[in-house]
Design a protein around this ligand. Structure first.
Ligand SMILES: Cc1cc2nc3c(=O)[nH]c(=O)nc-3n(C[C@H](O)[C@H](O)[C@H](O)COP(=O)(O)O)c2cc1C
Length: 190
């Protein structure tokens, strides 16, 4: 799929067909996630792939989002801050969150490229899910990603207007400088 098409098609999908996505496709998506940028090139992530239907239903319940149970396979994105924190202190924890986000976006885009759909889920009880999946306390759960085949096609994504998200040269300046500033400066400099 063309890059722009992948970007445009990525959407949070929460209604899936009965057909389950293959674990091999999910592995491909995780491989894409692992190619995200990492501070010091330290990949702090672990991915738990869950195919067991009862476990998926239980996670849907623990996240209080029943639609998750309709996805045939989910990925839990986890991270370990230890190395980054030892290296960079408090900032290392910021890096850990940022690079998890970059990896998750790679994963979501590859999912689309493979003809699949997913949703980034961030609302759940860490403690309950850690207990269920035997995840150590020092490990962060960054996201739950339910994956499947979208039940229906979806509308074009809404997006923020460019002019509402861009400042020029400094915070709060909504307009680019004059178009011919360079030439005007040359003329006034003689
Ligand atoms: C950090 C994060 C947490 C999210 N958590 C949830 C969630 O718990 N449940 C859910 O249904 N969607 C969740 N979403 C999906 C957003 O609601 C969705 O991305 C947003 O509405 C924009 O829609 P789009 O992804 O289709 O462009 C989350 C997204 C992000 C980035």
């Amino acid at each position: 799929m063309e890059f722009d098409e992948v970007i445009a098609k990525r959407k949070s999908i929460k209604a899936f067909k009965g057909k389950t996505a293959s674990w091999k496709s999910v592995m491909e998506a995780i491989d894409a996630a692992n190619q995200a940028p990492f501070a010091d090139n330290r990949n702090n992530l672990k991915f738990i792939i869950i195919e067991d239907k009862d476990k998926i239903a239980n996670i849907a319940h623990l996240a209080n989002q029943t639609w998750i149970s309709k996805s045939g396979i989910i990925v839990l994105v986890c991270s370990d801050d230890t190395n980054l924190e030892n290296m960079h202190g408090e900032r290392g924890r910021v890096y850990a969150r940022q690079q998890a986000g970059a990896a998750i976006e790679n994963l979501l885009l590859k999912i689309v490229d493979l003809g699949l759909s997913a949703c980034w889920v961030g609302s759940y009880s860490d403690d309950l899910i850690k207990t269920k999946l035997q995840i150590p306390q020092n490990i962060q759960i960054e996201a739950i990603i339910p994956i499947g085949y979208a039940k229906s096609t979806f509308d074009k994504k809404r997006r923020a207007a460019l002019e509402n998200t861009i400042y020029w040269e400094e915070w709060g300046r909504g307009r680019r400088g004059p178009m011919f500033k360079e030439q005007e400066d040359e003329i006034s400099a003689g």
